[in-house]
Design a protein around this ligand. Sequence first.
Ligand code: NDP
Length: 293
Amino acid sequence: MTAKVIDGKAHAARIRAAVADNVARLREANGVTPGLAVVLVGEDPASQVYVRSKGRMTVEAGMQSFEHKLDVGVAEAELLALVERLNADPAVHGILVQLPLPDHMDSAKVIRTIDPAKDVDGFHISNVGLLGTGQKAMVPCTPLGCLLMLRETLGDLSGLEAVVIGRSNIVGKPMAHLLLGESCTVTVAHSRTRDLPGVVRRADIVVAAVGRPEMVKGDWIKPGATVIDVGINRVDAGDGKTRLVGDVDYEGCSAIAGAITPVPGGVGPMTIACLLANTLTACCRANGLPEPE
Ligand code: NDP
C-alpha cells in the first residue's frame, strides 16, 4: 500500500485564492482592507524567512502588510508599547509577534498584551479559553491547517481515534481541542508517554508535533491511518548540505498509512494560508460584517 499524499501546498493555494477573492469583495463593497502586522525581534534566520513569506503572501492576498523589526536587545517595555499602538490602530486587524522572543522577554506577557480580537495566532489566553470550552475563537494557524487537511481527506472525523504527539501550547494542545470538537477520541502523547509506538498504533489519525527528525516509524502506524506531520527539522544531508525532514519517517510510514502529509509541502503552507484567513475573519468581525466560510 502506498499512502495518498495530502497536498498541503495545493490546498493552501486554494485557501489563499478564496481569501484574496473575499478581500477584493470586502474592499469593493465596504471600502475596508484587512491589515496584518508582523513583529520580529532579533535576527533569527528561520524567523526572518517566515516573516518574509508571511509579508509577501499578505500582499498577494490584497491585504496590507505592516512589518516591524526590532533590535534583539530592545527593552520589553518598548515591544509592549508597539503592541499597544497596533492594538489601537484601526488599519491593523491582525497582530502576530514572531516567536521565539529573546530570553530577556516574557512571551506570555507580550501575548497577553495583544488585543484578543487581533490575536490571529490564537495564543492569547482568551482565545485559548474559548477554544478549550468549544466557543468561537481565533484558532492557532498550524493546528487549524492540520484540521482542514484532515476534513478534506476524511470528511466526518466523528468517532475516530486520534493521537496527537506533542503537548505544546502552539500545536499539540490546540490540535487536541480541535479534534475533540470534531468528536474524535483524543489521546495526547508526550515525552513521558509509555509505549508510544503502542499508543500510536491505535490511531486512525496521527498528528506528530514533536521536533524530532523522523521519529515516528512505519511499524507504529495502523494500516490505512491518516498521518499529519507538523515537524520541520533541518538535518545534515552530507556534502555540507542540509535538507528538511518532518517528525515522521516518510518512506516507512507512507508504505502503511492511508494518507500522509509531506515535508515540505504539507502543514507548512497551510499555516500561512490559515494566518491570512484568520486576518480576514478578524477584519470582518471588527467591522461587524459577516464572516467568510
Ligand atoms: P515543542 O518543543 O514546544 O513541543 C514538542 C513536544 O514534543 C513536547 O510536548 C514534548 O513533550 C514532545 N516530545 C519531545 N520528545 C518526545 C519523545 N521522544 N516522545 C514523545 N513526545 C516527545 O515543539 P512545537 O510544538 O513548537 O513544534 C513541534 C514541531 O513542529 C517542531 O518540529 C516545529 O518546528 C514544528 N512546527 C511546525 C510548524 C509549521 O508551520 N509546519 C509550526 C509550529 C511548529 P514534553 O511536553 O513532555 O516535553
